[in-house]
Write a protein that binds this ligand. Sequence first.
Ligand SMILES: Cc1ncc(COP(=O)(O)O)c(C=O)c1O
Length: 414
Amino acid sequence: MGLQQSDALDVERVREDFPILQREFDGERLVYLDNGATTQTPDPVVDAIADYYRTSNANVHRGIHQLSQEASIAYEEAHDTVAEFVGADGREEMVFTKNTTEAENLVAYAWGLRELGPGDEIVLSQMEHHASLVTWQQIGERTGADVKYIPVTDEGYLDMDAAAELITDDTEMVSVLHVSNTLGTVNPVADLADLAHDHDAYIFVDGAQAVPNQPVDVKEIDADFYAFSGHKMLGPTGIGGLYGKADLLDEMEPFQYGGGMIRKVTFEETTWHDVPWKFEAGTPVIAQGVGLAAAVEYLEDLGMENIRRHEERLAGYALDRMSEFDDIEIYGPTRAEDRGGLVSFNLDEVHAHDLTSILNDHAVAIRAGDHCTQPLHDELGVAASARASFYVYNTTDEIDALLEGVDSARELFA
Ligand SMILES: Cc1ncc(COP(=O)(O)O)c(C=O)c1O
């Protein structure tokens, strides 16, 4: 049965908002399964950005004139919309960044460089994306803090017994991803937050693959920081969100300096603006903020619980179909309910790049490589994997098309 009949989402109706999905390559209709890298942008979001530029474009915070006031209100309200979407109290807990990577760097620089020193420990997991792994590794090098890694079990889960031993009174920061962009695993971030807090450590949750795909409530998780990227949730590139607990963000020093983030400047010293503006130096991501708010409204209309069910169903279908073949190795948990909507795999001896290239000949777009998780791939014993990642407009028919492409590769390399 095609997912068009899914009770979770009216996929055919959703697809009408994404004209890009009608594109054909050499007569074959595009099958876009690279949503973990970036998602497509629906017409209402494109329209919101275009309308902003057509009717209200101006710089914010500085102007008395009408356009500047309109732009300022739209930009400020976008913070509230995005904050509410993830359960934050309001704009005082939601900083707009360029993406998840910048959010990670913001906390690492603004908090880590000042607060960490020799004897302190940063606890990451073996499945971290380079956005977190490389950033904290660098902060460790600069401050003398040690970086430790929660191991991943053979089944693709975080080893929570090991986590309980690794997180100690020396731990100052735990940084873990909510959903693995390689294994698909949904991690028990609320339990990790409890562990961190039991030892007076903070927890930073990388939600880049979670916020687009499931309901997220930062307060329920009790995250101290929580980050995500707009372009992975139907929004534009160039914008991400950093949630931080209000008192933490308030106490933190800025990350970057310049206009817009100050309250009073003299030749001798400067005082800072309120959060979030303190962390948004220079002309901020105004149009992108408007676009991200429109994306959030679009997702809310679809319903995050429906999206989660749809993704689980697609992941389950892909897992079932792929497990029919002995020559396909799948990474990560075997139970669809423990994963987000993506599946990484390898086809026997065929390199993931070759496989992806053959799929491209069939207009099927997936990703090949290490997915910015090189150390995890080392643990898996492979240099690369192929990854199919699903979203609101994908169907089981498209997963069948993926498997047909895999079959062509199988024949070619036999
Ligand atoms: C889990 C995870 N974290 C962080 C990132 C980095 O996101 P961005 O490139 O938008 O900063 C990604 C992107 O692939 C991701 O999947």
